[in-house]
Design a protein around this ligand. Structure first.
Ligand SMILES: [Zn+2]
Length: 84
């Protein structure tokens, strides 16, 4: 059975495996792929990860997301994909 989650950016419902879980950890947004991290999490689809800007992310997580942080998220997404 597939788990369906909603992307917080485009609000489309997609299978969880097509989405990336982002978690706010120590005022930084990290990609939560391996273990379940607790904290404020949100699902974003890969399309939105590529399109999203820091302003939008800051709004979603109610924190100040830096350009650097966004770059890390994108890098993390690539790592996650190549690991499979
Ligand atoms: Zn999306």
């Amino acid at each position: 059975m597939e788990v369906i989650r909603m992307c917080v950016a485009c609000r489309q419902r997609k299978p969880q495996k097509q989405l990336l879980r982002l978690v706010k950890l120590n005022n930084e947004i990290v990609v939560n792929s391996k273990q379940k991290l607790s904290g404020r999490g949100a699902y974003l689809c890969s399309d939105c990860i590529n399109k999203v800007n820091t302003k939008h992310l800051s709004k979603i997580f109610k924190t100040n997301v830096s350009e650097e942080n966004l770059e890390k998220i994108k890098e993390g997404m690539i790592d996650d994909k190549s690991a499979k």
